[in-house]
Design a protein around this ligand. Sequence first.
Ligand code: GRF
Length: 194
Amino acid sequence: KRVAILISGGGSNMLALCESMTGDHPARPVLVASNDPEAGGLKKAAALGIPTAAVDHRPFAGDRAAFEAEFLKPILAAGPDILCLAGFMRVLTPGFVERFKGRMLNIHPSLLPKYPGLDTHARALAAGDAEAGCTVHEVTPVLDDGPILGQARVPVLAGDTAETLAARVLREEHRLYPAVLRRFACGDRTPVRS
Ligand code: GRF
């Protein structure tokens, strides 16, 4: 299976995914693409010898469809079977999502359906939640919705800040996403609960 990974920043999840796709793993990374040419993850992917692409979304102002028409070019050229959003911070139009229906995954730093959207850790702390975590789900036109393919939980500890909680969740993301991708690439959609 050919996997394209979309990033917007440092790409720590992308790195975890790429490092997991070795040996008898049924998938291989074929492209890392970003909406930000300065995304740190692009250099990390290049260092692994993985083809990269970047289309700056800013010149397109609010015209999402125009940005996506450009962004799709290197993605379609890579011929991916699966798309993994990993720290990808742009909302995709239903048209883009439809093209990859049933084969596009995203990782979100909360226990969905709680806290879709941004600032998930601050919201969990404000709510006094005893635990937090991350979710891998199939991407559908509704933001941070879609069938859940995996979740991982962490305790919220006394004195936690959004930063300390984010770091604890991120470590779990790096374990969960590769586990889900491996199963998904084998055609198994049984949720991973860790
Ligand atoms: C992190 O906040 C992570 O929780 C979320 O995307 C952000 C950046 O992740 N999934 P990455 O290091 O770019 O993978």
